[in-house]
Each structure stands twice: as structure tokens, then as C-alpha cells.
Ligand binder design. Structure first.
Ligand SMILES: CC(C)(COP(=O)(O)OP(=O)(O)OC[C@H]1O[C@@H](n2cnc3c(N)ncnc32)[C@H](O)[C@@H]1OP(=O)(O)O)[C@@H](O)C(=O)NCCC(=O)NCCS
Length: 154
């Protein structure tokens, strides 16, 4: 699905002043939420999706030499399913340094929306970590996914 009012959304670098809103979203969507300090330490790798002056999503993608890892990606629950996760991910990936050749991520094996999103973008499963994540009832596996890339911006 594509966002119906795409023009009302903007994507920009995350700033310190955004952290409170970002953490509030994280606490709504994550079973093991990042702390404000974790976001602060990742500020240089982070983008936010803004609508009507409010943060409604964020992406944290760290690059090292020719590889990048998606550390976090989220859309506020009130705005999910509208194409905004796709919009944010595509924009963040398009802005990666030109040197990036390989993207990685880890995702909960039960997180079907995220897995579908990544499969649609040609990520493939390359491994798994057994019992990697805590759940309410025990533990669950992480799927390791990756994608070869070629073109970005400097
Ligand atoms: C994963 C997430 C970022 C997707 O954002 P979104 O804005 O809801 O996604 P979009 O509307 O752009 O949908 C993109 C694709 O995601 C998948 N998807 C989204 N919601 C889904 C759902 N409820 N069930 C199954 N697939 C879903 C679909 O493949 C969809 O494409 P389609 O509509 O063409 O089928 C969002 O669900 C989220 O924030 N989840 C909680 C945090 C999280 O799990 N992050 C990923 C950590 S690795």
C-alpha cells in the first residue's frame, strides 16, 4: 500500500530534541525497548519520519566501511499499514554511503510484518540465532537477513 498523503510526511536526521517522542514510540512497539541513551548513542545513524510536526517513525542504520546494519525500524502503531515503513526504509537505504555493498539485520522469527517488508525488498534469510530474543513466555529465534546493494550516495 502506498501512503495516501505522502507529501505531508518528511524524513530527516534524528535530533536530541526528538528522543522523547522516539522513546515513547519504541515503548509502544518493542518487547525489549531501547533506552533513551541507546538512541542518543545512535543519533548519527538515525532518521525520523515526521508528520504534522510529530514523529511517527524512525530508522537506525549503522554503516561500517562497506556494510550497513538495520538496528531499529519502527512506525507508530496508529500509522502502521499505510506504506510509511516502506517509505522510511527505502529513503534511509537510498541515503546510505555509496561504498555500502551489504545490508544486514536481525528480526524476531514471529515478526511477520517486518519479515514480509524485508522480503519485499529482496532481503534473504542467511541464518538464525536460536533463542536469541526474550518473549513473555520464554525465548524465540532471530532470523538473520541480508541484501546485496550497489548504489547509494556519498
Ligand atoms: C515493521 C514496520 C516498520 C512496518 O511498517 P508499516 O508502515 O506498517 O509497513 P508498510 O505499511 O510500509 O507495509 C510494508 C509491508 O510490510 C508488510 N506488513 C506491514 N504490516 C503488516 C501486517 N500487519 N501483516 C503482515 N505484513 C505486514 C507487508 O509486506 C507490507 O507490504 P504490502 O502492504 O505491500 O503487503 C511496522 O510494522 C512496525 O513498526 N513494527 C514494529 C517494530 C518492528 O517490528 N520493527 C522491525 C524490527 S526488525
Amino acid at each position: 500500500m502506498s501512503p495516501s498523503n505522502k507529501e505531508q510526511h518528511s524524513i530527516r536526521d534524528m535530533q536530541i530534541a526528538d528522543l522523547e517522542q522516539v522513546v515513547a514510540i519504541e515503548q509502544l512497539i518493542s518487547q525489549s525497548p531501547w533506552s533513551l541513551k541507546q538512541f542518543e548513542q545512535s543519533l548519527n545513524d538515525s532518521k525520523v519520519l515526521v508528520s504534522a510536526d510529530k514523529i511517527i517513525g524512525f530508522a537506525v542504520i549503522a554503516s561500517v566501511i562497506d556494510e550497513a546494519e538495520i538496528h531499529n525500524l519502527a512506525i507508530h502503531p496508529d500509522h502502521q499499514g499505510l506504506g510509511l515503513g516502506s517509505l522510511l526504509l527505502d529513503d534511509a537505504l537510498a541515503q546510505l554511503p555509496r561504498a555500502i555493498r551489504l545490508l544486514h539485520l536481525e528480526v524476531r522469527a514471529s515478526n511477520f510484518p517486518a519479515i514480509r517488508l524485508y522480503l519485499q525488498r529482496d532481503f534473504v534469510q542467511v541464518g538464525e540465532r536460536r533463542d536469541y530474543y526474550k518473549t513473555e513466555h520464554g525465548r524465540e529465534d532471530a532470523l538473520l537477513m541480508s541484501k546485496q546493494v550497489g548504489i547509494g550516495k556519498d
